[in-house]
Design a protein around this ligand. Structure first.
Ligand SMILES: [Zn+2]
Ligand SMILES: [Zn+2]
Length: 260
C-alpha cells in the first residue's frame, strides 16, 4: 500500500517535470495528476455539496434556511413544480475548481480522479441512489461533430464504471432540425422548442427504469426537464438528474416550502 502510494507520488512528480500543468485558477503548479487542471489548494477552497445541506428536495437549489432532518424531504422551492425530472442534484456550485474543470471538459475528454471521487459520492446519496440505468444528455449532432465527443458521455462513462450500472447512449436522442426555429422566439417559445428536441427511439429499454440523467451543468433545468419528459412519457419510472455543477438559479424570493 505504502509502496503503491509512494510510486504514485513519484510518478506524479515525474509527470510534473515532463509536462508541467499550470493551475487554471491561481497559475501555480498542479502537483498531482489526480486533481486535473486545478491545484490541490484551489480544490480545497472550492465548495462541494456534502448532501447534508437543506435544499429543494426536487431540484436541489440550496435553501436559505436549515430544517430539521425529518422535514428535509418536504422542502420545495415552488419554482420547479412543473419540471419533469424526479429530483436533481449537483456535485457543487458553478464556481472555483468545479467551474474550471467543466470548462476544460468541453475541450478535452479527460476526467480527473478527484472529480470522479466527488461525483460518485453524489450519485450514491439520496435521492439518486436508486438509479438503475445511466443516460447522458445528448449533444447536438453538429456540435458533436465539431467537438468530437460529448462531455456528458464522459461523465456518464466515469459513473457507469464505478457504480456498475449500464450506460445507455442510445435511448435518448436529439431531434435535429428544431434549432433553426429558435432565433427570435420568446422564452416560452424557446422552452417549447427544447421540449420538442428529444426523443426516445427504443422505449422498451427505459420501461420502468430509474434513469440517472447526466450532464455537466444545471442552469434553469429546462434541458434536463425536456429530456425527462421524453423518458417519462416513454415509460421510465423515475428520472434522477446528476450534474457536475449547479449554476444560475437561486432560491426564489417568495419561499413556499413543505405542505401548507
Ligand atoms: Zn491553484
Ligand atoms: Zn425546486
Amino acid at each position: 500500500m505504502f509502496l503503491t502510494h509512494a510510486a504514485q507520488l513519484f510518478c506524479d512528480a515525474l509527470l510534473t517535470l515532463v509536462y508541467p500543468q499550470v493551475c487554471a485558477i491561481c497559475g501555480g503548479s498542479v502537483e498531482r495528476r489526480r486533481f486535473g487542471v486545478v491545484c490541490e489548494a484551489c480544490w480545497r477552497t472550492t465548495s462541494i455539496f456534502t448532501g447534508r445541506e437543506t435544499v429543494c428536495w426536487k431540484c436541489g437549489v440550496p435553501a436559505p434556511a436549515e430544517v430539521v432532518p425529518e422535514l428535509r424531504e418536504e422542502v420545495r422551492c415552488g419554482r420547479c413544480d412543473s419540471q419533469w425530472f424526479t429530483a436533481a442534484r449537483a456535485v457543487g456550485p458553478y464556481e472555483g475548481a468545479l467551474r474550471d474543470t467543466v470548462l476544460q471538459l468541453k475541450r478535452k475528454p479527460y476526467f480527473a480522479e478527484y472529480l470522479e471521487t466527488v461525483l460518485i459520492a453524489a450519485a450514491k446519496r439520496e435521492p439518486l441512489d436508486v438509479s438503475t440505468r445511466i443516460v447522458p444528455v445528448p449533444l447536438h449532432a453538429e456540435r458533436l461533430r465539431a467537438r468530437g465527443f460529448n462531455q456528458a458521455s464522459i461523465i456518464a462513462h466515469a459513473l457507469s464504471k464505478s457504480l456498475r450500472l449500464p450506460l445507455d447512449e442510445v435511448s435518448l436522442v436529439r431531434v435535429s432540425g428544431s434549432e433553426k426555429y429558435r432565433a427570435g422566439l420568446d422564452a416560452k417559445g424557446r422552452q417549447e422548442t427544447v421540449a420538442e428536441a428529444f426523443a426516445v427511439p427504443h422505449p422498451k429499454l427505459v420501461l420502468k427504469e430509474s434513469i440517472l440523467l447526466v450532464d455537466d451543468v444545471f442552469t434553469t433545468g429546462a434541458t434536463v426537464s425536456a429530456c425527462a419528459e421524453a423518458l417519462i412519457k416513454a415509460g421510465a419510472r423515475k428520472v434522477l438528474v446528476l450534474t457536475l455543477c449547479r449554476g444560475g438559479t437561486l432560491w426564489p424570493p417568495v419561499v413556499r416550502s413543505g405542505k401548507p
